[in-house]
Unconditional design. Structure first.
Length: 398
């Protein structure tokens, strides 16, 4: 009968265990693929003290329990030796048919993880506390809440994939971001009726910016997404039936140029009614449009409404710049400043005005092209005391 192996303290070692000459303990096991693997620790049991000057780790027998549980549950050892960056790249490979803008967002996260130490960590070593501390550190270093939200928006489903593939036991990024980080994102504030009136009056009367008046009036009075508005062609405007067909949007990528994309959501495909004022604006735009000699065509679409001085189709970034310069000029003249305005503020203003007018939420959801009624209802939560007071007066309660 063979003598039982013991450590230098006289304790009997189990099968697969041994103590090395330097005092460390080693456990040998065979993974599901038949490969011999080893784990090491300076401690045999959890009650053992870590030798002076040596790094703390789980005891050998605690590691053994983890390994045995993983083997029983068919969890891949060492997270399949995947790093966080490798996992994200694998996850992105599974995302086929995504929009170019989404693909660009994936590339941004990949490039960030290539530079950040988190990208080099093995996925099974990332704990929930590690993930939280890392995200907190990103915000402290100057990353905005929206940027961190985008990064976590890729990491959480990537780790969910690892969980489904039995590479890890828990998803370290599966927690509410708002419970960890301060949301420093600026709330999009709609213009008041007085601000909207003053702004459009200023644009209409300005010698230079008046050329954009009709387009801005339409944005403020239809709720169109800016990419939907830029994608409109003459054929999408039906003056006989007084309606606008919205079934695509115009985008531009630095490398590939202009391209046509489906609307943001299925509900984005819609027919919008035109008021007489909006219809008149479209008539003026079409009458004054100045396309280049060769009408540009993008993915089979032609007859776009606006062109810049170089004959290129006007897209979302143009309108961002137009609004920025208009507000700058307005604020350089008037003491009462106009707030920051973007194309999305135009859309949000329309949505808020319709909500305040008492429009049925489901009707407003259709007009806005929201897929989720919750998105529409969020606008109603921004209604304040004056709006409630006006509503009560309208109903003759007060």
């Amino acid at each position: 009968m063979s003598e039982k192996r013991k450590d230098n303290k006289g304790r009997v070692l189990h099968q697969g265990e041994m103590q090395l000459k330097d005092g460390r303990y080693r456990f040998k096991y065979v993974d599901p693929e038949g490969v011999e693997r080893y784990v090491y620790s300076w401690r045999l049991n959890h009650s053992d003290a870590t030798p002076m000057g040596k790094p703390w780790t789980l005891s050998l027998r605690e590691l053994e329990k983890q390994i045995q549980a993983d083997l029983f549950d068919h969890i891949a050892p060492n997270g399949g030796n995947l790093t966080v960056l490798g996992l994200v790249e694998k996850y992105i490979e599974t995302k086929t048919g995504v929009r170019p803008t989404t693909r660009k967002g994936y590339e941004t996260v990949i490039n960030f993880l290539k530079k950040d130490p988190m990208g080099k960590k093995r996925i099974d070593t990332v704990r929930i506390s590690d993930a939280k501390c890392w995200l907190i550190g990103l915000q402290k270093s100057g990353k905005s809440f929206s940027s961190i939200h985008s990064i976590r928006g890729v990491l959480r489903p990537a780790f969910r994939l690892a969980l489904d593939d039995d590479l890890i036991r828990k998803n370290p990024f599966d927690f509410e971001l708002a419970s960890v980080l301060y949301n420093d994102s600026q709330m999009r504030e709609a213009l008041t009726k007085d601000e909207l009136r003053k702004f459009l009056k200023f644009v209409e009367e300005d010698r230079h910016f008046s050329r954009y008046y009709e387009g801005l009036y339409i944005l403020f009075h239809t709720g169109l997404r800016i990419s939907e508005f830029c994608g409109l062609t003459i054929g999408d405007i039906d003056f006989e039936e007084h309606k606008i067909r919205v079934d695509h949007q115009l985008q531009k990528h630095g490398k590939s140029g202009y391209y046509i994309e489906k609307t943001k959501t299925v509900c984005g495909n819609r027919i919008l009614p035109m008021t007489p004022e909006v219809e008149e604006c479209f008539r003026k735009i079409i009458a004054n449009r100045k396309p280049p000699k060769v009408e540009p065509m993008v993915d089979g679409y032609a007859g776009f409404l606006y062109f810049d001085k170089n004959g290129s189709i006007v897209y979302s970034l143009h309108w961002d710049h137009y609004l920025k310069h208009i507000v700058q000029k307005y604020n350089s003249i008037y003491r009462v400043q106009m707030p920051h305005i973007t194309p999305h503020i135009c859309r949000h203003t329309y949505c808020s005005n319709m909500a305040k007018s008492g429009m049925n939420p489901k009707t407003l959801q259709y007009l806005m092209g929201h897929s989720d009624i919750g998105t529409t209802m969020n606008v109603y939560t921004h209604i304040g005391f004056e709006d409630a007071q006006d509503e009560l007066k309208r109903l003759k309660v007060v």
